[in-house]
Design a protein around this ligand. Sequence first.
Ligand code: PMP
Length: 406
Amino acid sequence: TAALDVEALRRDFPILSQQVNGKPLVYLDNGASAQKPVAVLDAMDRYYREMHANVHRGAHTLGDRATAAFEGARETVRRFLNAASTREIIWTRGTTEAINLVANGLAPRLREGDEILVSRMEHHANIVPWQMVAERTGARVVPIELTAEGELDMDAFRQRLGDRTRVLAIAHVSNVLGTINPVAELIAEARALGVVTVIDGAQAVPHFRPDVQALDCDFYAFSSHKMFGPTGIGVLYGKEALLEAMPPYQGGGEMIERVSFERTTWNQLPYKFEAGTPAIAEAVGLGAAIDYLDRLDRTALAAAEDALLARANALVDTVPGMEIIGTARRKVPVLSFKIAGLHPSDIGTLLDQQGIAIRTGHHCAMPLMDFYAVPGTARASFAFYNTLDEVEQLFAGLRKIQRLFA
Ligand code: PMP
């Protein structure tokens, strides 16, 4: 495929062409949240200017337009995930709410001594909701340990997976390490034992397209804001039969079929899980983000991202005392690191003075920080709109900081 014209792509993201602290912005915090193309901004603007009203009320033309745009976005998400039906696509506030929804929905199936298998590399969003449900039900949250490289220890996984396991909840991609977990294999082995599988796709969808039918997972969660869409919306994909069997998450308007003081019944899927007025413009924005990505050459994007990571890896040796945390064989372009003699938060502050944005801290993955015995890491996370020159600038910045402060 043809090489990516990154400079042309960057013009789609107006926020990137600004100065920060007197320097051209180098935005390398995409793992925390990605920037938005004009196509997303325009879709949301147009929605509010031309079609906003509440959805699913059916009383007037604007309401019909808003409903069509909102449900159209749901169909776009269904296509993106290759789900069988839009009944399986639930809007949430993001990955966090999606996982809380599943954890609550599965609670009635959990008994004393049941096990919920997670991994040590999980984001807190895929640990804490399970701990809360475990607290209520007497189930236990059990971690799968890792190798030093930051891959799942597959032997440990097979030892942990057993007759007590009810749920496997695992990240498709680690937000700290960049590791791409072999989820298809994990799901197949778990499903063979009747274990319900929940995939946290928050860090996967900015880089590639998951196929939920090919993966055969029961649930798949992601956030719009990490895949170039707006904040405030995300998705829970769930297999229809499981969603049907789950109790609603929140009560209110929209999620009911009929309410009386004697007996209230639930709406059909997906509305059973969507109490209250939804984030309509945000759904439209996410649909526009997916449409935008669909117009790009995904293979070329992936190749460009691989080149960014390769360049970064090649430059590590130019910074004395720099060490990468997470050297899995299959990775998205995420680089967590430490530099001897420097605190991660100082690295972040000193880079910011040079216009370079990275993230530092525990990255909502404290059990993983414990594993590597670090208080936190510095993390540069790349998107397809980053350039090789920006990678060079990051390392020039790190060399300067190391020379002056380490
Ligand atoms: N899981 C992973 C792997 C993440 O990286 C994040 C965001 N940092 C989340 C879950 C939570 O996503 P959100 O804050 O959008 O709900």
